[in-house]
Design a protein around this ligand. Structure first.
Ligand SMILES: Cc1cc2nc3c(=O)[nH]c(=O)nc-3n(C[C@H](O)[C@H](O)[C@H](O)COP(=O)(O)OP(=O)(O)OC[C@H]3O[C@@H](n4cnc5c(N)ncnc54)[C@H](O)[C@@H]3O)c2cc1C
Length: 361
């Protein structure tokens, strides 16, 4: 069987690695000059946000025979509101590296895969679909699903970020909610070394968002020492759903499959899962089984979207209230002990907050 994969990112390489286990070696077409040729950053995989399993990396090793390493376990999360902060501790998940880093997840998957990667190739599905039995679309954006008219955008995010040098607890992430510099969004710090971390600001909006002004306000409020190594800006990062994961011989995975969760824009684990499951379905010549396998993830998209809408309806007064709740000692137990159902439950409990911003429904 001849298989092409468009995109040597997380989802595309995950798909390739499992296809190869079945003896199918795909041709991978990558737009960039090498795997991981993007900004280097730290990202998180959090048990509470991803999937109802206890340990993502053991799950991948056990279920798909793919051994990957995070940078560090995530053991504490500091949540800063406008006035106070709350600390959540426990086995919260992992910090991973992405992009141009030797332990970046895409680099690790690229090391496992033996499939040829044809770099500097920016094709469309029209260029490939007649030459292959199956074309896997793993391009990390909504361009191809939009061309197929199967895409619905729920959120357009704008992100500005930097690698910073300083002194960090490598097991601790921090997140800031404050509508003075992150209206309807948030800022976060994820260390991927004790001396290097990613610091990012993400806000929704299609126009009139002056990221640089918000970023400078955020940086000005930080009262610890750091220096900026390099910065990046991403405008119009679209999070949405792909209504048709399989169209003729095209299979959509990762971000192109709609597997970035809207609440905080997390999509690493879900993108890899979609790649693994697509590979199994392709190897078994049963593409419908990919759609079936993805149902739990598709369903978990909606509570995540609801939480996203709750966030969009928050202001500094409400952030202060939530921080007070999180400071309660029982909140820590809930966050650290239970996986996805917490998100579903929180979405239901916080439902009244969504009415604050009805146009987002
Ligand atoms: C700043 C930022 C922070 C994030 N933080 C987190 C986080 O903390 N936790 C989390 O879980 N998720 C996070 N995410 C989301 C996560 O990174 C994505 O969900 C994940 O990378 C999606 O994987 P993918 O394989 O679909 O896309 P990617 O990993 O982006 O790979 C897509 C690949 O396709 C290539 N490509 C594009 N077009 C073509 C084409 N036409 N032909 C060939 N190749 C093409 C690209 O060059 C790229 O290599 C973050 C995203 C961003 C932008």
């Amino acid at each position: 069987m001849k298989v092409a994969i468009m995109g040597a990112g997380l989802a595309g390489l995950a798909c390739s690695v499992v296809l190869e286990q079945y003896g199918i070696v795909p041709d991978i077409y990558e737009a960039q000059y090498k795997i991981g040729a993007r900004f280097t950053n730290g990202e998180a995989i959090m048990n509470i946000l991803d999937y109802p399993i206890e340990d993502c990396f053991s799950y991948l090793a056990h279920q798909y025979k793919v051994e990957l390493e995070p940078i560090n376990a995530l053991k504490s999360l500091v949540i800063h509101g406008p006035k106070d902060s709350a600390l959540i501790t426990g086995e919260l998940g992992y910090i991973t590296a992405r992009g141009n880093h030797p332990k970046a997840l895409e680099v690790q998957l690229g090391d496992i895969s033996k499939a040829p990667v044809f770099n500097n190739n920016f094709f469309t599905t029209d260029d490939l679909k007649d030459k292959y039995d199956v074309v896997v679309v793993a391009t990390g954006n909504s361009n191809e699903p939009k061309r197929q008219q199967t895409w619905e955008t729920d959120i357009v995010a704008n992100i500005i970020g930097a690698s910073i040098r300083g002194h960090f607890n490598p097991h601790q992430a921090e997140v800031w909610f404050n509508d003075c510099y992150a209206p309807q969004g948030y800022c976060f710090l994820l260390p991927y070394h004790s001396h290097v971390a990613s610091l990012c600001l993400a806000v929704p909006g299609t126009e009139g968002v002056d990221l640089e002004v918000l970023w400078q306000k955020f940086l000005a409020g930080l009262d610890w020492e750091f220096s900026i190594k390099d910065t990046f800006t991403l405008h119009s990062f679209e999070i949405g759903r792909n209504k048709s994961l399989v169209t003729e011989n095209l299979v959509f995975i990762g971000h192109a499959g709609g597997f970035v969760m809207p609440f905080l824009g997390f999509g690493q684990f879900t993108s890899m899962l979609s790649g693994f499951e697509a590979a199994i379905a392709i190897a078994n010549s049963n593409l419908q089984s990919y759609i079936d396998a993805m149902q739990p993830l598709i369903e978990s998209y909606y509570p995540s979207l609801k939480m996203r809408r709750v966030l969009a309806g928050m202001d500094n007064h409400k952030y202060n209230l939530v921080i007070k709740i999180l400071q309660n000692k029982y909140a820590n137990t809930v966050f650290s002990k239970f996986p996805l159902p917490v998100l579903k439950a929180a979405a239901a409990v916080l439902d009244p907050f969504t009415s604050i911003n009805p146009e987002l429904h």
